[in-house]
Design a protein around this ligand. Structure first.
Ligand code: GLP
Length: 241
């Protein structure tokens, strides 16, 4: 793991965006794995700025998002569909057909999950996977559990995640109890991973992810096995390293 410690959130966002831009300039038809949550918001804003300055182009880029809540329509302001379009896709020249976000509608969910994994394979796998980190060490919505799923699947969210994400909803009760997430195989098969963590509430998870045992009770610890991972952390998140 290459760990880059930065002074603040602005630096974290700029550094992350520079890594993504480097990847796009090297390979304009990159397949990006994308994350949501508050951590990557600054990176997306930075990428939009770079796009407006014509420093990067998304015409041939393909994206796969990590996860989506079950039971929220794409128009719901807290859905990850809504997040991705309002923070990023609406502001760049990505082709609509190149955008992929797990779907949690009323279709056959098992089939939809299998199709999602197949599309990732058909695209040649993920070149650069962006990750955030849950306070409980989850990646995507792969929650601490006795076992981890390799493939895209429906997951029950833990009480900790529901609590952490309730800040985006008007009450804890409104937070969906389930989500669809990419499994750990698609993440681990990515050529390169860029994980961002900011704030003191992530310090313990960062410490365990980097220095603890590899365990399914902290899914991010699996990333110790990845050969090409960059971790960008601000001072608060790096406090226990
Ligand atoms: C969310 C998402 C993750 C995200 C993480 C941290 O629940 N499912 O993909 O990385 O939790 O979110 P945040 O960046 O808001 O702390």
């Amino acid at each position: 793991m290459e760990i880059k410690t930065v002074n603040n959130y602005r630096e974290l966002s700029e550094k992350a965006a520079a890594i993504v831009a480097g990847e796009l300039n090297r390979r304009p038809d990159s397949v990006l794995g994308l994350a949501t949550g508050s951590t990557p918001e600054g990176m997306y804003a930075q990428l939009v700025k770079m796009y407006n300055k014509k420093e990067i182009d998304f015409n041939d880029v393909v994206t796969f998002n990590l996860d989506e809540y079950a039971g929220l329509s794409p128009e719901h302001p807290q859905s990850y569909h809504f997040y991705m379009y309002s923070n990023f896709f609406d502001h760049i020249n990505i082709k609509p057909g190149n955008i992929h976000i797990p779907y949690c509608g009323d279709q056959d969910l098992d089939l939809a999950c299998k199709e999602y994994d197949q599309k990732i394979k058909d695209a040649g796998g993920i070149n650069l996977q962006i990750l955030g980190l849950g306070v409980n060490g989850h990646i995507g919505f792969n929650e601490p559990c006795e076992y981890l799923y390799t493939d895209t699947h429906l997951v029950d969210l833990t009480a900790e995640t529901i609590e952490a994400n309730s800040r985006f909803f008007s009450s804890r009760e409104e937070v969906p109890r389930q989500a669809v997430t990419m499994g750990v195989a698609s993440i681990m098969h990515a050529e390169k991973i860029l994980l961002m963590a900011a704030g003191e509430n992530k310090a313990r998870a960062v410490q365990l992810m980097c220095c603890g045992r590899i365990t399914t009770s902290l899914p991010a610890s699996l990333l110790q096995l990845h050969r090409n991972i960059v971790l960008i952390v601000d001072r608060e998140a790096a406090a226990l390293l």
